[in-house]
Design a protein around this ligand. Structure first.
Ligand code: NAD
Length: 496
């Protein structure tokens, strides 16, 4: 059976305290075992990163950009192979896997020009003969802990900006689909990245716990579920680290009575069922405003959901692949059971889907008459299940979104500019879509939710990523000869 090893100081390293099973979700078979790093393996990775830091931090931004340009080219050339690796371990369709790679490459694009954002500011003659300037310095060794649902894109959200800013990086990818990170590591090396600048340790909570307290690690970026994000933020901050921890989501889409229902339903199909709903920006609640809107929307959605083509992600003409594991598929199905028992109407029942295989499949599901007390509404399900909560007016719909624990994304579909503007201004969510169901910001902006969807003050990638991965140093200088310097024993003041 294939063994998935760590990547430390530019080479494969086998050291493991446990074998972590990696499945092919399309047939249910274990296809590999990933190593699990303990504290001593984490230490080796952190030391490799620390040793590489001094030279990398003083490498010119131009030289760093040259390597990132080459890396970008290699990612493009190898995207087919990377997509196959992602599909084999995650289950998503090949086109969806390529989509996430392209979004990751967008972040690399941004990072090739990061020198522009590392420039400091300069003030001449702040007082007689004194100038002040500031620089943004890298932090040192930084670590990234990533979820299963975007095994290439999310590691690139972190590693590309961190490395472009002059830091060195230790990645702990999801143990469920760890192989994509190793191809990325090889491509970084082929692009000319010095050994030790990008390292990968595989593992689970044991590995994360060691990263969180390692004295050489200055900052932690985490993306995953909210309970883990909350705990990582607390433990990482207690250990004196800078932490950004992005958590789970329940993204609402409001459909106003004046919306184009066909367009809204089409958008919902991709946003709720794409990647089998395993996206942190998936629409996981539809909120039609008014009874007529609700009826029109369900009539439009039901046949589309019944017609979803479900199968192995590497097959042609498949809309939706399997879920990540058997346990996760069963958990998602148990939410449908709970919703039904609590009074939701099951308009399309994914539990009835028969794949004729041992893969972790579940069909698309539509639940109507859902209330804000039901677990299918309160919890993040992370599967192909769309609950509909009917609202009688726009104010109630907004109140529903704003009362939810999560605040990652939210969308409104309407033809009314004022309604859209009010929604965008008043909704408590970090990313807002107006007739756009999945408003993931492009790489020149930054990604981050509000409330239980983000712990810490910095969103990820884009300008916020640069701020997170650098620290400000302000230098005040005076050179002999500019004026007589007499000793002063009072607090220095600016002379007029
Ligand atoms: P997860 O929280 O189970 O795991 C994420 C990472 O944390 C993995 O590397 C895992 O090994 C590690 N981990 C798991 N349990 C841990 C523990 N108790 N202590 C320390 N580390 C632990 O998340 P997942 O199931 O891999 O991914 C799905 C979740 O990620 C969803 O909640 C989804 O919304 C969220 N997500 C959020 C974003 C975002 O940008 N906000 C993006 C993608 C995914």
């Amino acid at each position: 059976m294939t063994e998935i090893e760590h990547w430390i100081a530019g080479k494969s390293v086998s050291a493991s305290v446990a074998d972590l099973p990696v499945f092919n979700p399309a047939n249910g078979e274990q296809q590999a075992k990933a190593a699990c790093a303990d504290a001593s393996t984490v230490d080796s990775a952190a030391i490799a990163a620390r040793q590489a830091f001094g030279k990398w931090a003083t490498t010119s931004p131009k030289r760093r950009a040259d390597i990132l340009f080459k890396f970008r080219e290699l990612m493009l050339t190898n995207r087919g192979e990377l997509a196959r690796i992602i599909t084999a371990e995650h289950g998503k369709t090949l086109s969806d896997a390529e989509g996430e790679i392209m979004r990751g490459i967008d972040v690399i694009d941004f990072c090739t020009g990061i020198a522009h954002l590392l420039k400091g500011q300069y003030s001449q003659s702040v007082t007689q003969g004194i100038n002040t300037y500031d620089i943004r310095a890298p932090l040192g060794v930084v670590a990234g802990i990533t979820p299963f649902n975007f095994p290439a894109m999310v590691p690139l959200w972190m590693s590309a900006p961190a490395i472009a800013c002059g830091n060195t990086f230790v990645l702990k990818p999801s143990e469920k689909d760890p192989s994509a990170s190793l191809l990325v590591a090889r491509l970084f090396k082929e692009a000319g990245l010095p050994d030790g600048v990008f390292n990968v340790v595989h593992g689970d909570k044991r590995t994360v716990d060691a990263l969180l307290v390692h004295p050489d690690i200055a900052a932690i970026s985490f993306v995953g579920s909210t309970p883990v994000a909350r705990s990582i933020y607390r433990v990482g901050c207690d250990a004196g680290k800078r932490v950004q921890a992005l958590g789970g989501a329940k993204n609402h889409m409001i459909i106003m009575p004046d919306a184009d229902i066909k367009q809204a339903a089409g958008a919902l199909m991709g946003a709720a069922f794409g990647s089998a709903g395993e996206r942190c920006m998936a629409i996981s609640v539809a909120v039609p405003v008014g009874e007529d809107t609700a009826v029109a929307l369900t009539e439009e959605l039901v046949p589309h959901i019944k017609a979803l083509r479900i199968g192995p992600g590497d097959s042609q003409d498949v809309d939706m692949g399997p879920l990540i594991t058997a346990e996760h598929r069963d958990k998602v199905a148990s939410y449908i059971d709970a919703g039904e028992a609590e009074g939701a109407k099951v308009l399309v029942d994914g539990r009835k889907f028969d794949s004729n295989s041992s893969g972790f499949f579940l069909g698309g599901t539509l639940l109507d008459q859902v209330t804000n007390k039901m677990s299918v509404y309160t919890d993040e399900i992370f599967g192909p299940v769309l609950p509909i909560v009917r609202a009688s007016n726009a104010a109630d719909a907004l109140e529903l979104v704003n009362s939810h624990e999560y605040g990652n994304g939210a969308a409104i579909f309407t033809r009314d500019g004022m309604a859209a503007k009010r929604f965008a201004e008043q909704v408590l969510a970090g990313m807002v879509g107006i007739n756009v169901p999945i408003p993931v910001p492009v790489a020149t902006h930054s990604f981050g939710g509000w409330k239980g969807s983000l712990f810490g003050s910095a969103a990820i990638y884009g300008p916020e990523g640069v701020r997170f991965y650098t620290r400000l140093k302000t230098i005040t200088e005076r050179w002999p000869g500019s004026e007589n310097i007499d000793p002063q024993f009072t607090f220095p003041v600016l002379h007029k």
